[in-house]
Design a protein around this ligand. Sequence first.
Ligand code: ATP
Ligand code: MG
Length: 344
Amino acid sequence: MKEGIFLGKKNYILGIETSCDETAAAVVADGNQVLSNIISSQVDLHRKYGGVVPEIASRKHLEIMDLVIKEALETADLHVSQLHGVAVTYGPGLVGSLLIGIVTAKTLAWSLNIPLIGVNHILAHVYANLLEHEEIETPLLCLTVSGGHTDLLYLEEWGKYEVLGRSRDDAAGEAFDKVARYLGLSYPGGPEIEKLAREGDASRFELPLPVLENSFDFSFSGLKTAVINLVHNMEQKGLDIPRADVAAVFQKTVAQALINKVVRGVEKLGVGTVLLSGGVAANGFLRAELKRELDKRQVQLFYPSLPYCTDNGAMIACAGYYLLQKGIISSLTLDADPSLTLSC
Ligand SMILES: Nc1ncnc2c1ncn2[C@@H]1O[C@H](COP(=O)(O)OP(=O)(O)OP(=O)(O)O)[C@@H](O)[C@H]1O
Ligand SMILES: [Mg+2]
């Protein structure tokens, strides 16, 4: 390990993220001082297909990975030789995309003789909260709501967690994206639904609230089908589709389903802190409604700023720093694990 690491000097970690359609690299000092956070999104490339095309994604990562890292180092005003470690997402995600980041990180770690730290992307979404709130205390509950995951975690301490519940079908973000597509909105659908919902009446209809009694698991595919049926019925009757109202009711119902489980978890486990993370944590309605419920119970809520909710390199560097601090590093045989989960 490089001399000076964890000996009182600043420790610089490069975080690399290529699990889906963002090529991202960031330099973070001592776990939470973000010196640079460069994100090159491929959203415009994939929009016309209504979702991410894996082959296009990996080709684009390959094309711009070096440039993104160069920009991250330049913005941080660092030379590559000043890095103390390279953290990289090794799963879950698209295998071709993950491999571009992993091979790049391995090459850097080997040539610079610094530690390589493989990071679970979903755990990194949770750690994103530490970038701006180092003071967050455990034990806590964390609701991670992203494009591919809906996980409710109990963190007894950082690095020691238990999965209380997860989605049995569609993830929350996936449901936003699919409903948006059905309403003719562009990809990614979450921000589009949120925008449209601001003009809508959330009390216009009732949609079935996904419940799953006696479980912390979630389910969103029934709700998605209910939206499709509602719109389809109106179309058959020749009615205009009140898209803003549909968006508002859908958003309210998803938020309610998520909040119900968090509140139940808080009451059962007696924690005083809740974290929100992942792309759907960018949703202003969800943030405000969850805060309202938690305030009533004197429970503190934290969520990352918008650039740290969706995929970014800073959260990878942050998680990498804390893993490195515990001596958890990867060997140069690190491989992509497209279906990596959070272990129960
Ligand atoms: N304001 C918003 N409201 C609701 N959903 C949103 C909002 N902003 C982004 N999202 C959703 O967040 C998701 C993207 O988040 P993220 O980048 O964390 O997912 P991912 O990396 O594709 O999936 P995962 O992290 O599970 O591998 C998309 O489904 C998008 O629609
Ligand atoms: Mg993500």
